[in-house]
Design a protein around this ligand. Structure first.
Ligand SMILES: [Zn+2]
Length: 481
């Protein structure tokens, strides 16, 4: 979505050119054009967007657990006084990331794949390393120094800006692919923080093994998996082993396998269909009881407060949200009376029996890019749904039929199986006798394939598990195909 790319205005705010101070974590001199205060502010703004768009996982006890481990690790870092926070995002993707200045996130997807507290600590330590080494600030500064067109085209249209924010601004920040050297440095720092906190750093080797085996787990929140921003787990595993060898006999420490597995007993596993799910290009929402079909081949993403579909050429977007207004007419008035929007032809025809207002519009972005689009407002079950499709004006004829087609596909969900869909959960079983994972899978039925059990338990199907071992199974979950 290169054309909509924008960094927060803050990144462009008064730059204080500092003279390459030495970073206490890395011992290196750094060119940083933004102050630590600016970096913290950017991170806090990004955090608000991340939490609003992706949503936090609803389990206060588990949130508290992750937070405590993170805070303990951060306290051993060179920047113990940053406003650190460690939170779990309600997302199936195997992912973890840091925002500048302190906010760090892990997904419930990655938590399901860890098998010890030390593995969790290893990933948190790595992310803390990105923050203490100020990798984001360094990258933003580099882009600014090179004037790579950062911050152009900030779009005033709120809906488009909202989309831009979610996909490009905050995610743009956190999707920064750090260079190989940055990753190595964060691995080094993570190793350091793990040891200072008393965790066994050899557990990090298992994390790299796990990441090597995880090929992007389905779902899709618009976030890439940790693997795509952290390539070469094999190479990084090797370096980790080298570090361990260099540390000699001193390594060892807390693993916390039992404690960790007990903490994640009951963790939601896989897509939560109650928040809506995709069947092909159709999005079904059992709690809100509607469905809508997006164009084939578009990249779709179900976020906490919106569903977004992006055309294969990344030049058109359809966004579904709830409007704040009480009626379709009011919501349409609010939308079309925004400054910068020119209202085109509009209609009051119901959509699949539901009261609706539909209208074409054109708009001009701050960088004078011309957009054209269709906005539809549909009343359903005491909510007003807003469907907004838009593209650059010069691409309008490509999508002129696509947008109304999508809006008109909105209707009530009647499919009983879809309405009854439930998420799956992890269950931790203590086996009373030794058995292979394959035997475990036969004795304790799971609703996932053996390959998934191998992956989340970190053992092969024919490996023998000793009596008393805690093993993950997956129970429940009915997502109709
Ligand atoms: Zn990293």
């Amino acid at each position: 979505m290169g054309r909509f790319r924008a960094l927060p205005a803050l990144a462009l705010a008064t730059l204080t050119l500092t003279a390459c101070p030495v970073n206490p974590a890395t011992g290196e001199r750094q060119l940083i054009l933004i102050s630590e205060a600016q970096e913290i502010r950017m991170g806090q703004e990004g955090a608000q967007q991340v939490e609003a768009s992706l949503g936090l996982y609803d389990d206060p006890e588990l949130q508290e657990y992750v937070s405590q481990i993170g805070l303990e690790l951060a306290a051993t870092s060179e920047k113990p006084n940053l406003p650190w926070s460690f939170k779990i995002i309600d997302d199936v993707i195997v992912n973890a990331f840091a925002l500048p200045g302190g906010p760090i996130y892990v997904t419930r997807g990655i938590l399901a794949h860890f098998n010890s507290e030390a593995e969790l600590a290893g990933v948190l330590g790595h992310e803390i390393g990105h923050v203490t080494a100020r990798h984001s600030a360094e990258q933003i500064s580099r882009a600014q120094a090179a004037q790579l067109g950062v911050g152009v085209g900030y779009i005033f249209l709120p809906e488009i800006a909202a989309y831009g924010d979610v996909i490009n601004v905050s995610l743009g920040l956190l999707l920064l692919k750090f260079g190989r050297d940055d990753e190595r440095q964060s691995d080094d720092l993570g190793f350091r923080y793990m040891r200072r906190s008393g965790y066994d750093p050899t557990e990090m080797v298992d994390v790299f093994d796990m990441l090597g085996r995880v090929s992007s787990v389905g779902g899709g929140s618009g976030l890439p998996a940790w693997l795509s921003t952290h390539p070469d787990p094999g190479e990084r595993r090797q370096r980790m082993e080298q570090r361990l060898a260099e540390a000699g006999g001193e390594v060892g420490g807390e693993v916390g396998r039992t404690r960790y597995l007990q903490m994640i007993d009951g963790l939601m596993f896989g897509v939560n269909p109650r928040n809506g799910f995709f069947r092909g290009s159709t999005f079904l929402h059992p709690d809100l009881r509607f469905q809508i079909t997006f164009p084939d081949e578009w990249r779709t993403s179900n976020m906490a407060h919106q569903v977004v579909a992006l055309s294969p050429d990344e030049d058109a977007v359809v966004q579904l949200t709830l409007a704040a207004e009480a009626s379709a007419a009011e919501a349409a008035d609010t939308f079309f009376s925004q400054s910068g929007i020119q209202r085109g032809r509009s209609s009051r025809y119901p959509i699949n029996g539901l009261p609706a207002r539909t209208g074409y519009f054109s708009a001009t972005a701050r960088d004078s890019t011309q957009f054209r689009g269709l906005a539809a407002f549909i009343e359903y079950r005491e909510q007003v749904y807003k469907i907004l499709g838009y593209t650059m004006a010069d691409r309008w004829n490509v999508y002129a039929d696509v947008f109304p087609g999508t809006a008109e596909s909105f209707h009530r969900l009647n499919d009983r199986a879809a309405l009854d869909a439930q998420p799956a959960h992890l269950e931790i079983v203590r086996i009373d006798s030794s058995m292979t994972l394959a035997q475990f899978a036969e004795r304790y039925l799971s609703t996932v394939e053996i390959e998934t059990l191998e992956l989340i338990n970190g053992v092969g199907a024919e490996e023998t598990l000793a009596a008393g071992t805690l093993v993950k199974r997956v129970v429940g979950g009915t997502i109709p195909k």
